[in-house]
Every structure is written in structure tokens, then in C-alpha cells.
Design a protein around this ligand. Sequence first.
Ligand SMILES: [Zn+2]
Length: 256
Amino acid sequence: MNTKIDVTAPGKKAEKGGAHPLTKEIREMEKIFTSLGFEIADGPWIETEEVNFDSLNVPKNHPARDMQDTFWVKNLDETVLRTQTSDVQIRYMRKQQPPIRIIAPGRVFRNEATDGRHEAEFHQMEGLMVGKSISIANLKAVLDGFFKKYVGENVKTRLRPGFFPFVEPGIEFDVTCFACGGSDKKCDLCSGSGWMELGGSGMVHPNVLKAGGIDPEKYQGFAFGLGIERTVMAKYGINDIRVFLNSDIDMIKQFN
Ligand SMILES: [Zn+2]
């Protein structure tokens, strides 16, 4: 048979790929924290109960340990899918004496029903700074510096008392609404309050420093955990957290 090949016909072009929106945003956040003097640290997704809970001052009877919230690894004793990136604090402190200045972005897991605001898998950005004379003023300066670079110069942060077992005092931090800046009483993003709750923080609890092998008499530090999806959703006006992991190409393409 005589097949003719048209060598001048244009070839089929492969579609150009791009990084996932979360990857892109995490890289952007890493760049900002690196410019503020932070190093990037990492930890395993499968974690021991000791690192995930005990060393972080979460008592044995705390409800977070309940099957409802935590994925326990079957057939492996005292092993969980990490419920927060704070495990990296412990792992890092056990290797390194102060001064410490790290961020640890990564995936975390919670055994919960999903809806527009909750996923069983999501990402956090942990931050830890330990040294001599570290105070809440340093925490405020770092958070302010980060959000001004990530969103814009007009963004402000606000600290409020909160409770988390691994910090004392515990602090919840809010950021001025990315969408309305507080000017829209009907804003969907902030419900008209002008503030968005994006994470928890505080001064590292002396028990946590001790568990990390650091003398709380000599050193203090702050830690924070930023919800990455929550922050990215606020930045781009995304109203359903599930869009990040459901592999919707149309959604992903908008970021490339
Ligand atoms: Zn608003």
C-alpha cells in the first residue's frame, strides 16, 4: 500500500503543564519567609503519637486524640497521620539548639466530614522562632511583615487570646479582610467584621521546649500555624476548600 506522509503538516502540540496553585502559593510564601531570615524545614506525614501529641503538651485525655479527629495507622501502635505541622518544631529542636528560625509548610490530616470549609487533608505553614529575649512583639512583626508582602501594604494583623496546648499564652491572629478591608458590611469573606481568622500562635510552652531538648530558663520562642488553603482562598476569593484537591483542570489552569 502506498501511504503518503505529509511531512509539512504541523505536529500535535503537547499541552503545557504548570505547578498546582497550592504549590505556587506555598513557594511564594516560602520566598517571603526566607527573605525574613527563616529556613525551610520538613517532617514526615506519618508521625508517632509521642511527637504529634505528647511532646506538644497535648494531654492523654485531650479530645483531639479521639478517633473522630485523628487518623490512626492500622496495625501500627501509637502512629498517626500528623494532625498539624507542629511536629516539625519538635523534630527540628531535637537536632538544633537556638537560635532557631524556621517555617515548615506541609500536608496535615483530620478525620472529619468535608464541606466547603473543611477537608480531611489540607496544608499548614508552621513557623518557629526560638532564641534569647524573643517576645510576642517579634511574632507580631513577623506576621505583619509576611502579610504585607503576601497581600499588600494596607493589610493589618490583630492578636487575640486563644487556647492551644502547645503555647502559653496562646494567641489567635486575624488579618484585615483581603476583599473589603473592613469597608463592606455585607462582605461574604469576613461577614462584615473586617477581620479574617487565619491561624493560631503563641509563645512556645516551656514543656514543648523541654520536649525538644531546649532549656526554657535560657530561651523563649514563638510559634504559629497558618492555614494555607484558608489564606489562598481569601486571597483569590475561592469559596470552597475542596477545589484544591479534586483535580479540576479548569480551576488549576486559572493560576497558570
Ligand atoms: Zn470583608
